[in-house]
Design a protein around this ligand. Structure first.
Ligand SMILES: Cc1cc2nc3c(=O)[nH]c(=O)nc-3n(C[C@H](O)[C@H](O)[C@H](O)COP(=O)(O)OP(=O)(O)OC[C@H]3O[C@@H](n4cnc5c(N)ncnc54)[C@H](O)[C@@H]3O)c2cc1C
Length: 398
C-alpha cells in the first residue's frame, strides 16, 4: 500500500524520473484489509477484491515482483536484492510489517498466520470445511478471523493470554463490553490463559496447549498475536532502527541515511501532537505518509508540512463497524457517548478538556467529526460531549 501510494503520489506531483517498485510477493500489489473480511469467507474473489485500481503501465512504474530486498549499501546508493543489486538516487523503504509467530509453532502443520493473499488463500478451504478452528490472540486480527470463521459456519475458540480482548489497545472498561460480542456470535472466548504450544494431534490435525495444562483440539490454528516492522533485511545496513524494529524517521519521513525515506507499517515518526514517536499499523497511515515523501522529493522541505496525522483505523467484527481515531493514554479522561450495551456507542478521551482520541462502534459520524476536532485540538464541553444526541462538533467549547 505505502509503496504503491508513493509511486502514485510522485507521478501526481509531476515526478518525471524512473520509478521502480520492488516487492517480495509474486502477486501484483494488493490491499490487505479485505483479506480478513470478505476474502476469508469466500464471499469475494480474492484477486479482484484486493487489487489496487492502479495502472502501473500508464504511470510508467516498473514492477519487480517476487524479488526481495536483502540489504542496503547507502555509500554505493544500491539496494541488494535476491536477483542482484539495484542502484537508486532516492530510496523509499515501505516493507510493511510481518506477523509475530507463536514461538515454537513455525512450520507446524495447521498453524497459520494472516498477512498475505497466500495466507488468506490457504485459510479459505479450512473455513469452508466448517470445522473447529482456534485463534490465538483476541486482538483485531483474531476478532476479524473469528467473525469470518463463524460466518463460514466453523466452531471457533479464541484464546487470549490477557484478561480481556484488545487488552493492549483499550482499557478494561471498554474492552470488557467486547466480550459479549464474542458470546453473541457463538465464539468461545478463553481469556487469562496463554498458549504454550501447538502439537500435531491424532484425531485432529492440531492440539493447542495452554499454560494451565489444558489443551484444545483443532482443525486449524490462526496466530494473531501482533505484528512487527519487516525490517530484518536492513540489519547492519545503516538506517537507525528503534527498539521495536521500526525505521526511525524525522517529521518529513527521512531516515538517518541521505536520500532514504520510510513510510507505512515499517516506520515510526515523531508526533508533536502526541509528544511521542508513533508506530501505527493502519491503512490510513500507508495512504497519507507517501504524500509527504512525494511533496518533499518534488517540492522540497519548504513546501512540505511536517507529517503529524491523526491516526485512524477501522475494523469490522461481529457485525459491527469499529473505528478509532487519535491516540490516548492513561492520563486521559474517558467519556462515554451512549450505552455500550446498545448497538452503537462511542468513547472520547480528553486531556484537560482537549479531545485526544475517539472510539466509535457504529457511529461513523463521531469519527468523521472527531478526527477534525482532534486535528485542531478542540476543547469539548464534557456534558454535551457525553450526550450522544448532540453531534460531537456541537460539543466544542466556544
Ligand atoms: C489481514 C489484515 C487486515 C487488515 N485490516 C485493516 C483494517 O481493517 N483497517 C486498517 O486500518 N488497517 C488494516 N490492516 C493494516 C493495513 O493493511 C496495513 O497498515 C497496510 O497494509 C500497511 O501498508 P504497508 O505498505 O506499510 O505494508 P504492507 O501492506 O505489508 O506492504 C509491504 C510490502 O513489502 C513487501 N516486503 C516486505 N519485505 C520485503 C523485502 N525485504 N523486499 C521486498 N519486498 C518486501 C511485503 O511482501 C509487502 O507486500 C490490515 C492488515 C492485515 C494484514
Amino acid at each position: 500500500m505505502a509503496g504503491v501510494q508513493t509511486a502514485v503520489r510522485l507521478r501526481e506531483r509531476g515526478w518525471s524520473g524512473a520509478i521502480t517498485l520492488v516487492g517480495a510477493e509474486p502477486h501484483r500489489p494488493y490491499d490487505r484489509p479485505p483479506l480478513s473480511k470478505a476474502v476469508l469467507t469466500g464471499k469475494a474473489d480474492a484477486v479482484s477484491e484486493t487489487a489496487f485500481e492502479v495502472d502501473f503501465d500508464a504511470l510508467d512504474v516498473e514492477l519487480l515482483l517476487g524479488r526481495s530486498a536483502t540489504g542496503l549499501r547507502a555509500d554505493d546508493r544500491e539496494v541488494d536484492t535476491d536477483a542482484g543489486p539495484l542502484p537508486y538516487d532516492h530510496l523509499v523503504l515501505a516493507t510493511g510489517a510481518e506477523p509475530i509467530p507463536l514461538p515454537g509453532t513455525e512450520g507446524t502443520p495447521g498453524v497459520h498466520l494472516l498477512r498475505t493473499l497466500d495466507d488468506a488463500e490457504r485459510l479459505r478451504p479450512v473455513l469452508a470445511a466448517r470445522r473447529h478452528v482456534v485463534a490465538v490472540g483476541a486482538g483485531w486480527i483474531g476478532a476479524e478471523f473469528a467473525t469470518a470463521a463463524r460466518e463460514a459456519g466453523c466452531r471457533v475458540t479464541v484464546v487470549e493470554a490477557a484478561d480481556r480482548p484488545l487488552a493492549g489497545v483499550l482499557p478494561p472498561e471498554v474492552a470488557d463490553h467486547m466480550r459479549r460480542w464474542y458470546a453473541e456470535a457463538g465464539v468461545e472466548l478463553v481469556t487469562g490463559r496463554a498458549v504454550t504450544g501447538v502439537r500435531v494431534g491424532d484425531a485432529h490435525p492440531c492440539v493447542v496447549e495452554l499454560a494451565d495444562g489444558s489443551s484444545l483440539p483443532a482443525w486449524a490454528v490462526v496466530v494473531g498475536i501482533g505484528a512487527r516492522p519487516a525490517t530484518g533485511w536492513l540489519a547492519g545496513s545503516g538506517p537507525a532502527l528503534g527498539e521495536d524494529g521500526s525505521v526511525l524517521v524525522d517529521d518529513r519521513l527521512r531516515t538517518s541515511l541521505p536520500d532514504v525515506y520510510a513510510v507505512g507499517d515499517c516506520a515510526s515518526f515523531p508526533s508533536a501532537r502526541y509528544g511521542r514517536r508513533l508506530l501505527v499499523h493502519h491503512w490510513d497511515n500507508a495512504l497519507q505518509a507517501p504524500r509527504t515523501v512525494a511533496s518533499l522529493l518534488v517540492g522540497g522541505e519548504a513546501e512540505t508540512p511536517a507529517y503529524d496525522p491523526v491516526p485512524y483505523f477501522w475494523s469490522e467484527q461481529f457485525g459491527r463497524f469499529v473505528q478509532y481515531a487519535g491516540h490516548h493514554d492513561d492520563r486521559d479522561e474517558m467519556l462515554w457517548r451512549g450505552d455500550p450495551e446498545a448497538p452503537s456507542w462511542s468513547v472520547c478521551w480528553l486531556r484537560d478538556g482537549v479531545l485526544n482520541a475517539v472510539l466509535a462502534v457504529g457511529r461513523p459520524r463521531d469519527i468523521a467529526q472527531g478526527r477534525k476536532l482532534i486535528e485542531r485540538a478542540a476543547t469539548l464541553d464534557p456534558v454535551r460531549a457525553a450526550d450522544p444526541s448532540v453531534p460531537l462538533k456541537s460539543a466544542v467549547r466556544s
